[in-house]
Design a protein around this ligand. Structure first.
Ligand code: ARG
Length: 459
C-alpha cells in the first residue's frame, strides 16, 4: 500500500527491504515527547498567526495530548510502515481527530521537525550531564575533605615521584569534571536556537512567527538561516565531543581505581555495593564497575567518530544520512549517564586506606627532591650539583636496601661534607607535602583552601 504521508505520486508501495532500511521508528520513538511538544508549539503558532483556525488548533492540541498519554501508558501501536516517530504521531492524530490533523504540517517539514525534536532531546541530556557531573564533583570534594592531609605517593610514569596529599589527588579530578561541566554548558548555550519554521530548507511563504515557537520551546531565538537549520548537527557533535572528553576523564580515574584496589596497592577499598565476585576464586572482589566505565569510552568516542563521518560529506541541506545521528547519540548519552552514576556511587562508597597510602608515600625515595632542594637552600649548591649529590645518596640507599632517612650522617657527609643533621627534617613525607605551599600545590593548607572554593562553587 502507498504511504499515507507522501504516497501521492507513487503507484506502488515500498519493497520490504526498502521499508526496513528506511524506518527509524525502532529508535526515534524516544523522541515522542519532544515531537509532541514541538507540534503543540507549531499548532498554537499557526492559530495565532491565522494560518489555521482556533478550532482546528484546539482539536490538534487535544489530540496530541491523547497521543502523548497513549504512548506514555504503552497503548500506542508503533508502525514501521509509517517510518518514524513524526509520521506515527501524525497518523494517530488523524485517526483521533480527523481532518484538522492534516493541517498541522502546514509550513513545516519533517526536516525542521526532526532537527527541533532532536535538539530538545540533546539539550535535556546536556542538563542531565551537568547535574550528574556536579554530583560527582561533590562526592570527590567529600573524599578530599576527609583526607585533605593524608599523604600518598604522587606518580609520573607510574613510578614514585613525590609525595602528594589524597585531597589534592581527588581535587585534580574535580578540576577535570568541572571543565566538562563547562563544555556541556557551552554546547547547550550554542545549541539553544530553534530550527522550527525552516520548513524543508528554504523557509515558507506562510506568515509564520518563528520567534513565537522558539520562545514556546525554551530556545533563545530561531536559527537565522533555514538551510543551516535543517542541515546542522553540530549540536549533537558538540554533545558527543563533551561526552567523549568526560568519558576519557572517567576512564583515567577508573583505571586508577582498578590499580588502587589491587592487593599490590591497597590504596582504596571499594564497597561491596560496587564490586563483584568470582565464580571460582572465593577471595576475589573485582572492580567491575570501574572496568566497565573504562570500557565505555570506546562506545562514546565511537559515536563521536561515527557521526562526524556521517556528516562530513553531506551537501546542503537535509540528506537521509542524517537519520543515522540518533542511535549514536542515544547510545552515548545512555552510557555516559550510567558511567557517571556508577562513578559517583563508587566514589561516595570507597574508603581510602590512610596507613597504606602513607607507607607507600614514604617508599621509593619519594623525598629525594626535598633533599636536593635542601642542599640548594642550606648549602647554596647549584641545583644541578644538588641533584647529583642526592642521586649518589639514592644509589647508596638502594645498595644498602634502606630508605633515605635511614642513611647515617657519615654516609651523608661522604656525599657532601657540609651536610648537617638538619637534613633529616626534610626527608619525612609530611614535611614534604606541607612545604608545597605554592598556589595550587599539594600542601594541606592549599588543598583546604581549594576545597572551600569548590564547596562554594558547587553550592
Ligand atoms: N526520520 C527522519 C530523520 O530522522 C526524519 C526526517 C525525514 N525527512 C525526509 N525528508 N525524509 O532524519
Amino acid at each position: 500500500t502507498q504511504n499515507a504521508m507522501w504516497g501521492g505520486r507513487f503507484a506502488a508501495g515500498p519493497d520490504a527491504i526498502m521499508e526496513a532500511i528506511n524506518a527509524s521508528i525502532g529508535f526515534d520513538r524516544r523522541l515522542f515527547a519532544q515531537d509532541i511538544e514541538g507540534s503543540r508549539a507549531h499548532a498554537a503558532m499557526l492559530a495565532a498567526t491565522g494560518i489555521i483556525s482556533d478550532k482546528d488548533a484546539e482539536a490538534i492540541r487535544e489530540g496530541l495530548l491523547t497521543v502523548l498519554s497513549e504512548i506514555e501508558t504503552g497503548k500506542f501501536a508503533f508502525s514501521t510502515a509509517l517510518e518514524d516517530i513524526h509520521m506515527n504521531v501524525e497518523a494517530r492524530l488523524k485517526e483521533l481527530i480527523g481532518e484538522p490533523a492534516g493541517r498541522l504540517h502546514t509550513a513545516r517539514s519533517r526536516n525542521d521537525q526532526v532537527a527541533t525534536d532532536f535538539r530538545l532531546w540533546v539539550r535535556e541530556r546536556c542538563d542531565e550531564a551537568v547535574g550528574q557531573l556536579s554530583a560527582l564533583c561533590m562526592a570527590l570534594v567529600g573524599q578530599a575533605e576527609a583526607g585533605a592531609e593524608w599523604v600518598m605517593p604522587g606518580f609520573t610514569h607510574l613510578q614514585t615521584a613525590q609525595p602528594v596529599t589524597w585531597g589534592h589527588h581527588m581535587l585534580a579530578y574535580v578540576e577535570m569534571f568541572a571543565r566538562d561541566i563547562g563544555r556541556f554548558r557551552d554546547a547547550r548555550a550554542r545549541m539553544n536556537e530553534c530550527p522550527l519554521g525552516a520548513a524543508a530548507l528554504a523557509g515558507t511563504s506562510f506568515p509564520i512567527d518563528r520567534h513565537m515557537t522558539a520562545d514556546a520551546l525554551g530556545f533563545d531565538r530561531p536559527m537565522a538561516n533555514s538551510l543551516d537549520a535543517v542541515s546542522d548537527r553540530d549540536f549533537a557533535l558538540e554533545f558527543l565531543a563533551a561526552a567523549s572528553i568526560t568519558a576519557m576523564h572517567l576512564s583515567r580515574f577508573a583505571e586508577e581505581l582498578v590499580i588502587w584496589s589491587s592487593a599490590q596497592f591497597r590504596f582504596v577499598a571499594l564497597s561491596d555495593r560496587f564490586s563483584t565476585g568470582s565464580s571460582i576464586m572465593p577471595q576475589k572482589k573485582n572492580p567491575d564497575a570501574a572496568e566497565l566505565i573504562r570500557a565505555k569510552i570506546g562506545r562514546i568516542f565511537g559515536a563521536n567518530v561515527a557521526l562526524m563521518t556521517v556528516m562530513k560529506g553531506l551537501p546542503l541541506a537535509y540528506s537521509k544520512d542524517m537519520q543515522e545521528d540518533k542511535e549514536q547519540v542515544f547510545d552515548a548519552a545512555d552510557n555516559l549517564t550510567l558511567a557517571l552514576a556508577a562513578m559517583e556511587g563508587m566514589v561516595r562508597d570507597m574508603t581510602a586506606n590512610r596507613d597504606n597510602l602513607e607507607c607507600a608515600a614514604a617508599s621509593g625515595f619519594s623525598t629525594a627532591t626535598d633533599l636536593a632542594d635542601w642542599l640548594v637552600r642550606a648549602l647554596g649548591l647549584p641545583f644541578r650539583e644538588a641533584h647529583h649529590v642526592t642521586g649518589s645518596l639514592v644509589g647508596l640507599a638502594e645498595k644498602k636496601g634502606c630508605d633515605l632517612p635511614d642513611l647515617g650522617l657519615a654516609d651523608m657527609q661522604a656525599a657532601h661534607p657540609d651536610i648537617t643533621d638538619e637534613v633529616y627534617s626534610v626527608l619525612g613525607v609530611h614535611n614534604s607535602v606541607a612545604s608545597r605551599q605554592s598556589y595550587g600545590g599539594t600542601a594541606p593548607d592549599q588543598v583546604r583552601a581549594r576545597i572551600a572554593e569548590w564547596k562554594e562553587r558547587l553550592g
